[in-house]
Each structure stands twice: as structure tokens, then as C-alpha cells.
Design a protein around this ligand. Sequence first.
Ligand SMILES: [Zn+2]
Length: 114
Amino acid sequence: MDLTEAKKGKISDATELIRRGATLLRESCPKCGGVQVRYKNRILCINCDDLSNLSSLEMSSISELTTNLGELVTSKIQKLYDALSKEEDLDKQARIANLILLYMDIMEKVKKSK
Ligand SMILES: [Zn+2]
């Protein structure tokens, strides 16, 4: 593949990203002056970054996902806390308490994965 072909490839990769929801940025790349796009909260340069490897780009959004998961679990724990404080039934208390433990376990893992 010669340089022109490589360049064409990069442009079609960028087009593919935009089709998937990436947006073109006004600012050009500080390193090479190339076109930058924003994709899943990441800024990518069509020259410096390998846009053809979309699965690795998707993978990096896992950290974003764990952040969201952490927030979700926190709000769930808060709701369970309210439910537990109002609950009189011992069996239901046990179920809520178990659920809280489960969510706290997830929280720990989310924290460790950062
Ligand atoms: Zn660049």
C-alpha cells in the first residue's frame, strides 16, 4: 500500500467514525496539524491515531462505562438505604441488606478498575 492509499484509508476510517457518531473538531492536531474528531469523549487525530481499529476505540470507553456504573450503583445504594430504613419485615431487610452488599462489592471493583 503506497502513501496515497494509506491516506485514503485514513479518510475512509474517519468517515466511518463520523457515521458512527464522531464529530469533526475545529482545532487541528497539535502534533501534526491533522484533522481531529471527537468520538466517545475521546479526541482522535486521523493521522496520529489508528482509527481503523474501531474495536480498540470501543474498548477504551469501558473506563467511561465503569464511571457510569459507579454512579448507577451509588444511586441504587442510596435508594436501598431509604428502603431499608423504612422496612419492618426482617426477610425483606435481609434481602435489601444482601443487595446493598452486592452493590458495594461492585463499587469496590469499579474503584479498583480505575
Ligand atoms: Zn495528529
